[in-house]
Design a binder for this molecule. Sequence first.
Ligand code: TXA
Ligand code: MG
Length: 319
Amino acid sequence: MPAPEASTQATIERAAALLQAGGVVAIPTETVYGLAASALDPVAVARVFEVKRRPAFDPLIVHVCGEAMLPAVAVGIPDAAYRLMERFWPGPLTIVLRKASGVPGLVTAGTATVAVRSPAHPVARAIIEFAGLPLAAPSANPFGRLSPTRAEHVWRGLGDAVDLIVDGGPAEYGIESTIVTLDPEPTLLRAGAIPPDEIEAVIGPLARGSTPGTDAVPGSAAHHYAPATPVRVVEWDSVPAASRSRAGWLGLRHPAPGYAFSRVLSPSGDLREAAAALFESLHELDERSLERIDVERIPERGIGLAIADRLRRAQASSI
Ligand code: TXA
Ligand code: MG
């Protein structure tokens, strides 16, 4: 089983060589860890689906290193997309564009569009650059489970099914990228690390939509971002003391009395800090054999929109 390897230059070069040879490598990004394969190699991409045990071929995000790699993956890029790239790349914004012919249909689930982002994590950038390849990478978790924010999460979830796990430290954002499309109109497809108002400041109002393979497919949204322990989103004072002793508490600012285990996302109530701690805290609570995890309702503003979205999905899968 390949234990996570520290991201030395030698490991980065080995990761790049494995990817060029059709391998599957878990890489750190600033949002969550990704399970990467060459986006131009359909057999390698098929292995990604196999390793994740995804029951359906949802389209994957293609990771590039800056705009230089774009011609290999996308065509007919609109002006608004360039404005977004200038403002948010490298970083956690994924833009849906018209796909170039070299991108296999398996990456895009047969659609004519491709989701692209240029990650900010220096190790992800180095691996993409060294391999000289765009990388298709979903989050590096088994299908339906929590996204990994540390190399150990990948190791525990996928173990020896991957060729290499590159450890780049804990993820800075801890929540996935924001996804937008511009065609036929600017639309927010997935709330994520970049709050929608920051995007609207660059390109104007965003309509609200959904991504294929999640909300668009009836029922499947429920299986995303879920720990094995049932999750309930609650108000801090709404849970009777008697039902707390075998449950865990995940509060925004404050611990709650009477729970078997209690954890706080951000003592100062900072939503960015809360997002970064979310999946990690849920992983930790999930390991404690609790009957249930009560999570305090998060204010739905800024990055809180993405946190609330992930918690809704975790709760839906618990019913
Ligand atoms: O932060 C992230 O985005 C992480 C890191 C690894 O980059 N990746 C990630 O990938 O969250 P994944 O596979 O867990 O989620 C990809 C999402 C899915 O909801 C999928 O439906 C959407 O991207 N997507 C991919 N291609 C698309 C397309 N052509 N049009 C619309 N949505 C697309
Ligand atoms: Mg995912």
